[in-house]
Structures are given as structure tokens and as C-alpha cells.
Design a binder for this molecule. Sequence first.
Ligand code: UTP
Length: 296
Amino acid sequence: MCYAKEKDMEIKKVVIPVAGWGTRSLPASKNIPKEMLPVYNKPVIQYVVEEAQASGLTDVVFVTNQNKTIIEDHFDYNLALEDMLKRKGKDEMLAKIREVAEMVNIISVRQKKQLGLGHAVLCAREVVKNDPFCVMVGDDLMFGMEPGIKQLISVAMTEHMPVVGVMEVPSEKVSNYGIIEGEEFAPGMYRVRNLVEKPKVNEAPSRLAIVGRYVLFPDIFYHLEKLTPGHGGEIQLTDGLKGLAGNNRLLAVKIQGQRFDAGDWAEYLTANIYFALHDEVLRDALVPRLKELLPF
Ligand code: UTP
């Protein structure tokens, strides 16, 4: 297959799957998608879209389901609210609300059955067409000097290869992730030879876990459509990536920065504190209360 050359290869589309059940976040996620739960003063998904926007991605393709339309609404105008804020002279908040509606173009595709992350990505095939594209998992938050997905885009563009984001995890956590096996060809960059989904500690080829950021080319769809359900009865994106790795066509980049899995309560709550501590006014009120609660 032939792709655009580096100088005209520009990645604009990002697929953000948000159609999962969010069972780890129940009962909070019974009627509110877990991607809409707030972290400090914004829903989780807004941080993900902000990272996409800061990386030059303009077209967001949400893979969604019938209970998650509130996510698209968040990135649309709310004219009644804007009108009220205007009448009350709350111009600063008005500007913030409008900014969210104007951040990116929103395109939605439905995942009619929750068959896994790989299947969710496959649902975006007709929108992605023949262009390279990014995938950002809708409940994975990343913060660093440079946006997480941007760190992968620059490597994908220079190497003309699909790239997955990885981070080193403690050995007791390898069984929660897809783990890569590969050779480091430059600091923090790997040629991926194989991937194992959720291995046992003693079977993990490394501690480099795939986190929710990917740059892919349309050949991933060829691998995904051939798959039958794997781990957990789901069509796993990791199994599709294995096909790329088998053809020596997959790189991994160690993402620099902080990451929070908002689908995990401890991580979600830590993310709330992390952001609250970055707000100078709130920090002054929060720190003494935290000190009271943590007796040391
Ligand atoms: P997770 O495995 O974290 O999400 O998938 P989940 O299935 O919603 O949550 P738990 O594990 O039951 O708590 C990562 C991302 O992929 C999306 C989810 O919405 C989440 O943002 N996803 C997952 C889909 O879009 N479709 C699926 O079939 C599965």
C-alpha cells in the first residue's frame, strides 16, 4: 500500500473510542458516561480533546453508542446557556463555554455492539479512509511538557510507520496491559517484535505497557477485520497491532509525562487532586484540608 510522503503527510484525524460500558466506574457511570465524569472542573474527555487540539489534530471521530450523545453535546454550542451568561455579564465563563464548542470538528460513528477497543477502531474505517490517523483512548489522561500524542506523531511522520505509546509500569501491573517485546533503536524508541495482552508477571516480555495513544495507518483495518474475539471475548486492538509487529511495521515510543487512567478510582481521584493543586486559589483551600485528612 502507498501512503503520502513525509512532506505532505499531515495527520488531522483522531479516533476517540468512547463506547465502552465503563463497568469499573459504576455506579457513577450508570447514566453518565465515565468520559463525562469531572476531573477538577472539566469532564475527562475534554482533557483528551484538548491534547488532540494541542497536537494539531482538527477532526475528532468519536466512536460512540446511543447512551453517550452527551459527549458530542459537550463539544457543541449551548445557546440558552450562552444567552444567560451574556445577560448576566459573565463574559469570562461565556468565552470558556464557547471555546469548547469551537475546539475541533466532531464526527460520530456508532459502535452498535461493545465488542472491544479493536472493534471500536474498525467502526471508524469509513471516516478514516486512506489517511494515517491517531487513536486516543477516551479515559486515558496524559500531561507533559509536550502533549502525549504529539510525541508519537513526530516519530510516525519521520519514520513513516505506525507508532504506539508505551510507559514503564511496575511488574505487579503488567497483567493489566498489552506489553511489548522489542529492541530500543534510539533512546525511548523501540522496534516492536511482539505484543502480549495482559500477560502474567512471569510471562511478560518487558514492563513497557501500551497506553492509550496510537498513530496508525489504514493497514491496521486489514488486521482488525480478520480477528476473532481474543482476551475477555473482545476484539482487541493489541491483537491487530500484533499483525503489524509481525510484518516489522510497528514502533513504540516511551511517552514522557504524567498519565492517569480515569477508569480506575485511585487514578481518577489522584488526577482530581493533581489538577486542583495546579489552581493557585483552590490549592490554598485544599492543602490544609488534605493535611487534616492525612495525619503525617
Ligand atoms: P476500557 O476497557 O477502559 O473501557 O476501554 P470500558 O470497557 O468502557 O471500561 P471498563 O473496563 O468496563 O470499566 C478503553 C476505551 O475504549 C472504549 C471505552 O469507552 C474507553 O474509552 N471502548 C471499549 C469502546 O469504545 N468500545 C468497546 O467495545 C470497548
